[in-house]
Design a protein around this ligand. Structure first.
Ligand code: HEM
Length: 138
């Protein structure tokens, strides 16, 4: 079980590293002057690669978590609260994908300030998940 948990935490860390950085790329895209096509294309390429990489890492992170949960009988209100926050984190991941696509289509209307605030949301979600699974407060 400990090997599964070790790989779970490894893939979770890698997935979340992408989720922390992707919105930074969106902040920069929102600040690119309209005539800087090369800079915009470079940021879009970075964003697409990071999104694909993070999505690939999310799959084993969640699969190993489910194996721990269902395979080793972890239960309790903390586990349900954790699953709810993980669902929000998956929604956040999907949100990043939709926002990046809007930039690709030249349809973004949000300011870089909005993306700076959006960027913080993943930090609070991850902090909540880690407190729930390590402290198990309820
Ligand atoms: C559907 C997704 C997930 C499920 C079903 C799941 C389930 C679990 C379970 C059952 C454990 C073992 C708990 C224990 O040993 O006390 C665990 C450990 C852990 N999980 Fe997840 N997890 C999921 C996603 C995540 C995510 C997204 C994060 C972080 C952002 C995360 C962070 C951790 C950490 C840090 C541990 C180690 C806790 C410890 O050793 O005390 N998990 N997970």
């Amino acid at each position: 079980m400990l090997w599964i948990k070790a790989f779970h935490v490894l893939f979770v860390m890698s997935w979340v590293a992408g989720l922390f950085y992707l919105p930074r790329i969106l902040v920069n895209l929102a600040m690119v002057p309209a005539d800087s096509v090369a800079e915009r294309d470079r940021l879009l390429l970075m964003g697409r690669k990071l999104l694909r990489f993070s999505t690939l890492l999310a799959v084993p992170a969640i699969a190993l978590g489910a194996w721990l949960w269902l395979g080793y009988g972890f239960s309790g209100a903390w586990m349900h609260a954790k699953l709810f926050l993980v669902l929000l984190l998956v929604g956040y991941h999907h949100g990043c994908s939709r926002l990046l696509r809007k930039f690709e289509q030249g349809r973004n209307t949000r300011s870089h300030r909005w993306f700076r605030v959006f960027n913080e949301a993943s930090v609070f979600l991850v902090f909540g998940i880690i407190v729930l699974v390590v402290v198990k407060p309820f």
